[in-house]
Design a protein around this ligand. Structure first.
Ligand SMILES: N=CN[C@@H](CCC(=O)O)C(=O)O
Ligand SMILES: [Zn+2]
Length: 412
């Protein structure tokens, strides 16, 4: 048998089940198999056994991994990053410590606009090498699929450059990549005070070109006070929908200006941040089935509140959690830390936390049919943790507990 792998002696194999996003009570439904084994052929899961049984073809396995009685889960799915960027922004910290807000820095020409200047200056190769290293780091932490947004180019040439980097990473790095076009991340300096004109440019020229070149599956917008208002965001997302993109929206991060309501109304697959969301926004998302992509490490890093995850689960909104890795509001790509925060700050159960970093983000980036659970027929992306159970994984923090990461049936 070709390319076969047996993972045996698994203490607990824990996974959500199904290729759909899990909401309400289902958010916390995981299957737990004790004393389990997993048989993989050509990157696909062929058989899962529990209670000490071994798969039928166990003896034919070319490679055998002994999980030493540890926890095994699906590979983590990172549903929200700004992975590709020039420069860093450590210079902002003293300003923040003196009280400058995130939007104050942006409105003074810093923040995202500072990263835009550095990203425009960077070559394709520089951005590619830097992002490649980030992906290595992420994978070592247990992530096997990663979404990445453009949005630091803010013109045709540089947005394309960013998306080409994501495409090349997908081709050359073991990580599976999903690209999101985020031309509406900020108003570029050359369009200062002309946000409407910039949205017009994105709709007329850039969105259709990205679609034509097949460089992104989703489109995203930063709907926020003093960035893009609800009507500008609606226009951009409607154009994106007409072009065939799935829709995402950074909504109600700092001010509740109606972004989450728009998310539901327009049928967005996910809305991001949602720190300041209110009941109307949550009702709109629940009705539409929009996933809440919550970013607790950003709340931590900006010193903001934590989004009302428990209320969302109660209302039947599927909750996913992601790192938001970016050079400003969250310079960490550690999804294990996000799991700690999901447990401690969102007060999600360990089972809900696992769903929030596997099947729910997988569905929110259009990969729920392939990854996000450990089931026969699915891609064999798995992590063996240096932990006996999810409780330990949610409790320990600051260490990397991923012992072995398996991507498409290969130990990476
Ligand atoms: N809030 C908007 N965009 C990013 C931050 C980008 C940056 O600060 O560079 C986010 O999702 O947190
Ligand atoms: Zn973001």
């Amino acid at each position: 048998m070709a390319n076969t792998l047996l993972i045996k002696n698994i203490g607990i194999l824990q996974t959500p089940v199904g290729s759909f996003s899990h909401k309400g009570e289902k958010q916390g439904e995981n299957v737990k198999m004790k004393d389990a084994a997993l048989f993989i052929e050509s990157g696909i899961i062929k058989e899962i056994c529990e209670n000490g049984k071994l798969p039928a073809d166990a003896e034919k396995a070319e490679t055998i991994i002994d999980a030493e009685g540890k926890l095994v889960t699906p590979g983590l799915v990172e549903g929200h990053t700004h992975l590709v960027f020039g420069g860093y922004r450590q210079n902002e910290i003293p300003m923040k410590l003196k009280g400058a807000g995130y939007l104050d820095i942006l409105n003074a020409g810093g923040g995202i606009l500072d990263t835009v200047r550095h990203t425009r200056q960077a070559t394709f190769e520089e951005l590619y090498d830097k992002s490649f290293d980030f992906l290595d780091e992420m994978m070592a932490l247990g992530v096997t699929t990663c979404e990445a947004k453009s949005g630091y180019g803010l013109d045709m040439k540089n947005e394309m450059k960013m998306l080409q980097v994501v495409k090349a990473l997908d081709e050359n790095h073991p990580m599976d990549m999903v690209a999101t076009f985020m031309g509406a991340h900020a108003v570029p300096e050359e369009y200062k005070d002309r946000a409407d004109d910039y949205i017009e440019l994105l709709c007329r020229e850039v969105l259709p070109e990205v679609q034509k070149q097949g460089l992104a599956e989703f489109a995203d917008v930063f709907c926020e006070d003093s960035v893009f208002d609800v009507s500008q965001s609606r226009k951009y997302l409607e154009c994106a929908k007409d072009c065939g993109f799935g829709l995402k929206i950074h909504a109600d991060e700092i001010e509740e200006i109606g972004g989450s309501q728009l998310a539901g109304e327009i049928g967005a697959i996910s809305a991001e941040h949602l720190i300041a969301i209110g009941e109307r926004g949550m009702a709109s998302m629940a009705k539409a089935g929009t996933t809440a992509m919550l970013l607790p490490a950003t709340s931590f890093y900006l010193g903001k509140d934590f989004a009302p995850a428990r209320r969302m689960i109660e209302l039947g909104i599927p909750v996913a959690t992601a790192s938001d890795f970016n050079p400003g509001s969250c310079p960490s790509l550690n999804l294990q830390f996000v799991m700690n925060l999901g447990y401690l700050k969102y007060k999600m159960t360990p089972e809900e936390v696992l769903t929030a970093v596997t099947i729910n983000p997988a569905c929110a980036i259009g990969r729920g049919d392939r990854v996000g659970t450990l089931e026969v027929g699915k891609q064999a992306d798995a992590v063996i943790w240096d932990a006996p159970d999810m409780e330990m994984l949610c409790y320990r923090f600051g260490s990397n507990l991923a012992m072995q990461v398996i991507k498409k049936g290969i130990l990476v």
